[in-house]
Design a protein around this ligand. Structure first.
Ligand code: PLP
Length: 235
């Protein structure tokens, strides 16, 4: 079976981001591509880095820590985008630059407490369950402001915005409406929290629609690295 290289797949994704920005009158500098490398070997991550990718997304704390330490990629930023468990926060606080999946104060506190003093504050996003999907983590829209005010008091975190994982199999109009709803929630949030410039939404299936509706970070895995073998949820 012929497989396209990571380099050529990455170029295709970047071209699509460029086109979506142009079409929607958005500066390309406003949209960060997070290359989701979870379950993929370090060599593929390096290939993406050599082809210009600088932001990488991982779902498993141990895997993130190992790749950071093994690869030591210059100027790379590592994004933790997986479910947060209390017993894994230290690894994340020590090795990640961003965490997208904050949905409770307790976890935020642990990350702040465990952030090494010689590192810049950890950038964090609040995960919002915008599809109101019982299978998805995240707070409701009504809970954002209260959680944001509390996170903002934690010394070693910087609150940077909102993130969502939408429900599977939504029709395009519903998906667009939900993306827009998250963008509007971020526009509200930034009036009280000026560091909240980011809206993390959109994956391989729908990142162009997310850009059309205000995404500033798109998380793209399989379109860059190819299909993943199914992996159990637990580490
Ligand atoms: C795996 C994952 C992605 C990437 O998904 P693809 O469909 O492979 O692009 C994005 N966001 C989160 C939270 C993920 O877990």
């Amino acid at each position: 079976m012929s497989e396209l290289s990571v380099t050529s797949r990455l170029a295709q994704v970047n071209a699509k981001i460029h086109a979506a920005c142009t079409k929607n009158d958005r500066p390309e500098s406003e949209v960060t591509l997070v290359a989701v490398s979870k379950t993929k070997p370090a060599a593929r991550v390096r290939e993406a880095w050599e082809a210009g990718a600088r932001h990488f997304g991982e779902n498993y704390a141990q895997e993130l820590a190992e790749k950071v330490q093994e690869l030591k990629l210059d100027k790379a930023q590592w994004h933790f985008i997986g479910p947060l468990q209390s017993n894994k926060t230290r690894l994340i606080a020590e090795h990640a630059d961003w965490v997208h999946t904050i949905d409770r104060l307790k976890i935020a506190r642990r990350l702040s407490d465990q952030r090494p003093p010689d590192r810049a504050p950890l950038n964090v996003l609040i995960q919002v369950n915008i599809s109101d999907d019982p299978a998805k983590a995240g707070v409701d829209l009504s809970q954002i402001a209260g959680l944001a005010d509390r996170i903002a008091t934690l010394p070693n975190l910087t609150l940077r915005g909102l993130m969502t994982i939408t429900a599977a199999n939504l029709d395009e109009a519903t998906l667009a409406a939900q993306f827009r709803e998250l963008k509007n929630a971020q526009a509200d949030l930034i009036t009280h929290h000026p560091t909240c410039t980011e809206v993390s939404m959109g994956m391989s299936q729908d990142f162009e629609l997310a850009i059309a509706n205000g995404a500033t970070m798109v998380r793209v895995g399989s379109d860059i690295f190819g299909h993943r073998a199914p992996k159990p949820d637990k580490e």
